[in-house]
Design a protein around this ligand. Sequence first.
Ligand code: F6P
Length: 361
Amino acid sequence: MKRMTRVALITSGGDCQGLNAAIRGVAKALYEHIDNIEIFGMYDGYRGLIEGDYKYMEPKDFSGILTEGGTILGTSRQKYIPGKDIVDDAGNSLIPAMLDTYNRLNLDCLVIMGGNGTQKSAKLIMDAGMNVVTLPKTIDNDIYGTDTTFGFQSAVDIATNVIDYIHSTASSHGRIFVVELMGRDAGWLTLNAGIASGADVILIPEIPYDLNKVAAVIEARKKKGRSFSIVACAEGAVAADEAVLDEETKRHNRENSLYPTVSYAIAAKLEELTGQETRVTVPGHYQRGGPPCPYDRVLATQFGAAAAELIELHQYGRMVAIQNGQIVSVPLDDAASRTKFLPVDHPMIKVARDIGISFGD
Ligand code: F6P
């Protein structure tokens, strides 16, 4: 009889739409293609692997979850020392405990679904001798080696919808609205939602802004009879005079800011510069919640099936990805090596500029 193949599934880091679709995709394809397969689900991301807290999964566990938001396995974040270790609060390495669980369960592979931080941790886990296959998920779309991550499109849909709704109230009151969107230090989500919703100004981390220029755009709109303006602002957006400071000073300024987030500081300054009533909307984690959009259901399923195929072929240490519409896989070494920021010469930025959207630069 063929030897048992034992795989454990892990969802780690911030959640996003499509995680359950991906879990289901991996499991269904494994059951379909590999005889004698056993699947385990680690609870709450790497915590489950560290503490040996897991569930033996059965086919019925993967039914009815395609459209569900969140993750049936739970998730968590771990303390990561860049390129070196995953540690507890006292600084002790947690990798030996992970290896212990891996060996006790006699696993053949860990299937790890996560964002940037998770991919980097997965590389450390791989380097410690565990077989891993990873899937790129995040609403930030900032994982190197893949054109798109699942979760991203669903978040774009939600963020677009938020700005669509803000448009009508902004128009009624003749106000400026600054809508702050997630994305960490990358502007993918804000750029896409900003274009899709017809924002007048898009502020992203990759293009530092000057609020005098943003105010001039708003004044010019007023002169043309447009009583309101919408600023789509990434949570990581940075002013040009801040961008040149060293990291330490930036952190100090952030921690001592009068405002809870960047969009509040921008709104206050725009109100001062334009004399126009200005409001802030921060949809926050709403952007990560609810069911995945159809595109993400398909992408997560494709990634899941591709991960199962890698396991069938014993091709470990790889992240599944999509490049030019094709499902591929890339070495985890590469995927974990850097962050995929929005290139400032990206065609979408050109399109936005072509139709008159300002980036405040
Ligand atoms: O990486 C996904 C993300 O939602 C970012 O866009 C955001 O900056 C961060 O996670 C929020 O993290 P948390 O859920 O821990 O507040």
